[in-house]
Design a protein around this ligand. Structure first.
Ligand SMILES: [Fe+2]
Ligand SMILES: [Fe+2]
Length: 249
């Protein structure tokens, strides 16, 4: 598994992640044609910088990078309305059912094992925060972007919502939320040693890890469907509507 540190070479970043390379180049301290065998520490010190200054944005870029191997072919040929329904019925419904159950499992595991493993308190707080933020996030999607998608297909126009009457506003908010969720998922994986079950784990602990692992898998697919299929589809539909290319259904 890739581990980012001050001893990581630029060539390793190159091989691992386009997002990290993009972030690195934005800083201006590494340009095309520079020696990629240099380590992050060497690169930073040559500019009088502490490596931490670069490691933080690189870690963020890595955590929020879109995975490339997610299969969302089930959405092929679907209309925007059908995609929205797929997301609501498969992912929003799943989250609303699993989050309170998993939070209760985390409560019980924290009470039973928290004294021996301080990371459980961090895990509990992280998941509780994710629960609150995802509830708000889903509501935001269901009250703004999703109705806009349906409106465009059914009425050929958008009825203004609390986010205005263009899809760009809510999409920008949702993408920010998704970046944050990806960072939180990376923390979730770190705090559970990539969803490993410790030797001393009781049934509740095992169940908790299993639920968190499924949660992580589902979130990756959920975000991918929205970022890579729904959002571009909504922008395309809106552009076509504005150009008058679509007739009212
Ligand atoms: Fe969603
Ligand atoms: Fe979302």
């Amino acid at each position: 598994m890739f581990e980012l540190s001050s001893e990581t070479r630029v060539s390793e970043l190159q091989a691992e992640s386009q997002a990290m390379m993009k972030t690195l180049k934005k800083t201006g301290i590494f340009r095309d044609g520079d020696d990629p065998n240099v380590t992050i520490a060497e690169l930073c010190y040559s500019f009088g910088l502490h490596p931490k200054i670069l490691l933080m944005p690189l870690a963020r870029a890595l955590a929020t990078e879109a995975p490339t191997d997610i299969d969302v072919s089930e959405l092929n040929g679907m209309t925007l309305t059908q995609i929205v329904e797929n997301i609501e019925s498969k992912h929003h419904a799943y989250l609303r059912e699993m989050m309170p159950v998993s939070l209760e499992l985390l409560n019980r595991v924290l009470n039973a094992h928290g004294a021996n493993d301080p990371r459980l308190a961090e895990l509990h707080e992280l998941f509780r925060n994710m629960t609150e933020e995802l509830e708000n996030h889903m509501l935001h999607e269901e009250e703004a972007l999703f109705p806009m998608c349906r409106d465009m297909e059914i009425d050929g126009k958008i009825t203004p919502t609390r986010c205005g009457e263009a899809v760009g506003g809510p999409i920008a908010c949702m993408e920010n939320d998704h970046d944050r969720a990806r960072e939180q998922l990376a923390q979730l994986s770190t705090l559970t040693d990539n969803f490993a079950v410790p030797n001393y784990a009781c049934m509740t602990y095992r169940n908790m890890i299993e639920q968190l692992k499924l949660f992580n898998q589902d979130m990756v697919v959920h975000i991918h469907k929205e970022n890579e299929v729904l959002f571009p589809g909504a922008v395309k539909k809106q552009t076509a509507l504005r150009k008058g290319l679509l007739k009212k259904a």
